[in-house]
Write a protein of this length. Sequence first.
Length: 366
Amino acid sequence: MSAQPEPVPDSWRARQRAAFVVARPYVLLGVLPALLWASLLVATADRGAVAYDFHHFFYPQARELIEGRVPATAYPPLATLFYVPFASLPSDLADWVVTATMIGCAAATLVVLGVKDWRCYGAAALWPPVYGAVQTANLSLVLTLAVAVMWRLRTRALPAGALVALMVALKLFLWPLAGWLLVTRRWRAAAVTVGFGVVASVAAWAVVGLGGITDFPALVRGNVQDNDLKPYTLVAVLQQIGAPAAVAYGVCWAVGAAVVGGAVRFARRSQEAESLALFLSAALIVSPIVWEHYLALLLVPVALARPRLSGLWWVPLPLWLVPQVDASLPQKALFFAVALVTVSGVITTQRFAPGLARPRDPLAGT
């Protein structure tokens, strides 16, 4: 009987490669995001930019409300009321508490949508819009979480309709979501949105001061005019390349209508997640002001399309090359390209999270 050859031991290089493969996701999606956020937050703290929008706008306005005055703001009154609990704290402490709250909103969005792959949380932490939304402590991540909860509760008319109403009352540009309820034949939810929205808005104005209603439209127009060509909007881009304002707005609304048309077609085929992605896109297209952190809203369709890590989660990373404000024309072009590729990746995939769609929805899986 011939002797069996002795097994050849693994080489050191092979073991090194194997260890690298095992460690790579923990380094890229665990260690790297933690180090990145720690360094960025320290840097923003050093230059006094923690929770920038909250510190410079929402905190003072909420303090005015607490002290019995009517704040002059271009934001709906419900937005001011949202920040009142934070404004009851000392300013520096409030900055960090609201920052932690926004981080929690980002993580809770993925939890609500049933994302169990820890790597997706690390990838989301690397998204520039997510960091921008945390650093400004604006409402973007609050709205993102609200969209996720609305999706999860979309078969229940009262909470779904009320959530859409609250989102619109917080940020007017999300009004197309009411259209999503209509095209998916959620008539009662749409009725709740209208009724609850009116009640919530009137109640918020009553608390803030009904006298502010007459000044509000002028303040909104002034905010749009003051920002001029700074936002990441199609109107701003077209005007920067020489188009008259009327033409720019016409093209913007035509593109928005085309996107809504696509969303309606998906809704008729019971592909509700794709339809939602396009309605969110339409909201961003026709909004008169869009900042980089608004794209944090795309966490919802991306998480629905790819609840496990895939290339789609990496698409927003080039946005580290664009600033939050005062972007050049090429930087705005990159912004639009990233948004387009992300949404295109969402609507072309057929692997949406099982159990989140209606039983008749082909995206529900088996």
